[in-house]
Design a protein around this ligand. Sequence first.
Ligand SMILES: [Zn+2]
Length: 415
Amino acid sequence: MRKIAFWTLFLYAIYALFFAFYLFQWTDSSIPAQYKGTSADPATFLTKKELMLAEQFSEVKNFLFFLSVPYEWVIYIFVLLFGLSARFQQWAEATTKRRFMQTAIYVFWLSLFVQVVTFPLSYTSYYVTKMYNISTQTFSSWMRDELIDFWVNYVIMVVIVYVLYTLMKKFEKRWWVYAWLCSIPFTLFLTFIQPVFIDPLYNDFYPLKNKQLEAKILALAEKANIPAEHVFEVNMSEKTNALNAYVTGIGGNSRIVLWDTTLERLSEDEILFIMAHEMAHYVMKHIYWGIGLYIVVTFIGLLLTNRWMKRMMKRFGSLCRIEKWNDLASLPMFLLLISLLSFAASPAMNAISRYEEHAADKYAIELTKNKEAAISTFQQLTRSSLSQVHPPYIVKLFRYSHPTILERIIFLEKQ
Ligand SMILES: [Zn+2]
């Protein structure tokens, strides 16, 4: 047991060291020589100070990202190894005989533990974002969001875990196929209710405030057959200086949401370009493609998890004081495998997303035909979020669901 704990920490330290060197020493975001002096070169549109801050801020944020994912794995391994998970299960079983309540109690202790142990990292991330003046959120407002997060995730998790372990106990061989079948309506349901019941827990959503601008945006939306009641503004200026817009929801709840920061700080032509980009996602039904892909990936993920989980629990179960692979206490192993698999799959998922984002850029420039506005939009986005125009390769692989700003501006320049 000590040996496994030692090796886990040792490998984590090596991994962290590698990324520290990779991000801070071996790479930077300087752009290829042939693009120097073009509109894609941040030196042409950022001040010296902004350039330096963007580099520093991105390095720190990237480092925090690469630290936090395997940190979660370390937590799951330790929770299993030191019998904490088995202890949580005992507490749950000692309190009640009802399986659903046992699940609720077990998941509460596990979630609370993970939340507390990961708090330093999430707080650091908040603190850094605030220090660089990207986030404008007060500590109490941030804490409030964290708490909402905790409870929203908790409720969803209890439902999932209850169904999952009921299936595991009933159908030891085929549980994962049934779990996959259940995940389809559940995913559709969550995507459907998200814009109406979940997102408003965090922020205020309303029709566009600037009526003059609204008329232009809706005129553009009409060109693409998007009904007016599907365009929303969200109050983000109390929380951030960054700019954004996105498409969310399905069916009657599908909508395009523009951050108020975007509407306040960009020119009309720039806003229309962003709107056209979001409309592309809407028109090309990227959300539905996303759900379809998610369903396929979940199938493969559950198939592999079923095999590996049984194997791992057979080997290490008694060490973790867990009798059977389908005892509630094995949940950290399930979560560990799912997290490992999604991390491994993220470069492919990001590549697909980048493809869709590029298609949306293409649609937007064809619709608005305003190259200058499009280019300055991306320059503004870079400034407002202090992002790297040309990030290191591994960063792009794991973190970039959008093409890099360099790629996006070069594409526009060629139009
Ligand atoms: Zn997009």
